[in-house]
Design a binder for this molecule. Sequence first.
Ligand SMILES: [Zn+2]
Length: 236
Amino acid sequence: MKLLGKRGLGILLSFMLALSLPLCASAADAAEGTPAKPAKGGWKYVKGYKLYYDKNGKLVKDVSRLIGKQPSYVIKVNKKKNCVTVYAKDGRKGYIIPVKAFPCSAGNATPITTARTPSKYRWHRLNGNCYGQWCTRIKQGYLFHSVMYGRTTNSSLSVSNYNKLGRTASHGCIRLRAGDAKWIYDNCKRGTKVIIYNSANPGPLGKPKAEKLPSWHRWDPTDPTAKSRCRKKGCH
Ligand SMILES: [Zn+2]
């Protein structure tokens, strides 16, 4: 201290400060690319759910392939948020694994209820002289089904109703994208429990966005039987 004197100490301090600043900046840069969640992925219990994170710590929003086909599922419909989440069973802990989520259109008449699906139909006639694909009855006149078609052909889709997916629009049924209606039809056996509830929280996987279609796109891009139409047009 004696050697440097007050002025010398000041110079030394500002020199050290100048040196340390770029160090701080580079440390902050490195932190920016660091995920908020621990870098190691895998299954984690979070707020009563069992969730899967990838190696970057990002929530995986579809674990259907990861866990494979399950013997049973529970389907929960958030009527208020127009969001469906399918759950798989985690042993004795029950149906706490959210498998995948779908945007939907419920209706004001959709009942708040718990039911078990009694039947399914590949095509089914709906109210108002139109048809739905991959229909699963929830109870009474309430079904999961694709957005409606004018005929029983995959190229007569009601595009205006497709573009309402994610909003309340039906007479009470739960409308889905065709691919999502098919997933329920293919994977959820008769007798699957369906819980329809209201919450401001869409669900643990959030609510996926449904794509808006142009008026000429009179088929559902998620419909595997209509894939060739998209291929021909080069639109999907
Ligand atoms: Zn297309």
